[in-house]
Ligand binder design. Structure first.
Ligand SMILES: [Zn+2]
Length: 332
């Protein structure tokens, strides 16, 4: 299970002159009445069930917020014995010490950066990570799952052995051999574990890859994919969520993620994580919940390609209804 912990750049440097400012606490803690219903909810849910997950913590945002803003969330995660690894969105290098740096507009795709630039960004992000944790990251996830051969070459040079940079349900890689629905693949000497995506078909339309993400899939759907993956011989399944998936804006006009002030809990998505965790605990003889640090300490069990899994059309319709109700009904 992986959780991306990140700030929101609020539209990028172009929106800065319009008065938009990046936000971090609303995206990570998601406090409601002084209680963390984002990161705090995830940590509590895992702790109550004795589970550990990997939190990919975005480090490049320190160019805007400084290292301490995210550092205290890293402290929380480490004291909860969770696994912390590195997430990098290069767009944050548009800022230098909190102010826009118009000399440097790298965009947000690691795949699009020249290797020396990417290596410099990664080295600076690793330095922030070391300040937070006292150690080197064992795994990286690039921002928005945008990756290319350059990323793996840089990772190899910097000594990072594992990644989860690919997700065909969210971002199509340029290299045809990177279009992987899951499993494990050795790329340029780096062990890549793509976020699991499955073929989702509703009605007569063509099937599309959908990421195994808590906000995007019902608990029944996630459980069906877990069972299907096991039956199909998958040795790993990677699931995604973010702290902000567990809250929503209380008012229509405040739906903009950069300005939401009135947060309420998202009961639908909270229930999904709880049910998923309960299922994994109940079937611990069939599923092992492990972290990227755990994977790094083991030899790769299999780097064979896996076949795409197919979602159930009935569950797909039910989830569309569930998501529709959750988006429209405040208390769901
Ligand atoms: Zn991200």
């Amino acid at each position: 299970m992986t959780i991306d912990v990140e700030a929101d750049i609020a539209g990028g440097i172009e929106s800065y002159s319009d008065g938009f400012r990046p936000v971090i606490d609303q995206q990570v803690a998601c406090n409601i009445d002084g209680h963390s219903e984002g990161l705090g909810f995830i940590i509590r849910t895992l702790r109550e069930r004795g589970l550990r997950a990997t939190f990919f913590v975005e480090a490049a945002q320190a160019n805007y917020f400084g290292p301490a803003a995210m550092g205290r969330y890293v402290d929380l995660l480490l004291s909860a014995a969770q696994d912390v690894q590195l997430h990098v969105h290069p767009c944050w290098f548009s800022y230098h010490n909190g102010v826009p740096d118009l000399q440097q507009l790298p965009g947000d795709s690691c795949a699009a950066l020249a290797e020396p630039v990417l290596e410099d960004f990664f080295a600076r992000s690793i330095a922030t990570f070391r300040d937070w944790t006292g150690g080197q990251p064992l795994a990286v996830r690039t921002g928005s799952f945008r990756t290319g051969r350059n990323v793996y070459r840089v990772m190899k040079r910097l000594g990072i052995p594992l990644s989860s940079n690919l997700c065909i349900g969210l971002s199509e890689p340029a290299e045809p051999d990177y279009r992987l629905p899951g499993g494990c693949r050795l790329i340029e000497g780096v062990r890549e574990y793509p976020l699991t995506s499955f073929l989702d078909r509703r009605g007569l339309g063509s099937a599309r890859f959908r990421p195994l993400q808590v906000r995007s899939c019902s608990s029944l759907e996630m459980i069906a994919i877990l069972d299907g993956a096991q039956a199909a011989g998958y040795e790993t399944v990677v699931i995604l969520t973010h702290p902000f998936e567990f809250v929503k804006s209380a008012t229509e006009k405040n739906r903009n993620a950069w300005t939401h002030e009135m947060l309420i809990t998202n009961r639908t998505v909270r229930a999904r994580l709880r049910r998923l965790c309960d299922y994994l605990v109940k079937h611990e003889e069939r599923f092992e919940v492990c972290t990227f640090a755990d994977l790094a300490s083991r030899p790769p069990t299999s780097v064979r390609p896996v076949r795409p899994l197919h979602g159930s059309p009935v569950l797909s319709w039910l989830r569309t209804l569930e998501n529709g109700f959750s988006d429209r009904v405040k208390w769901l």
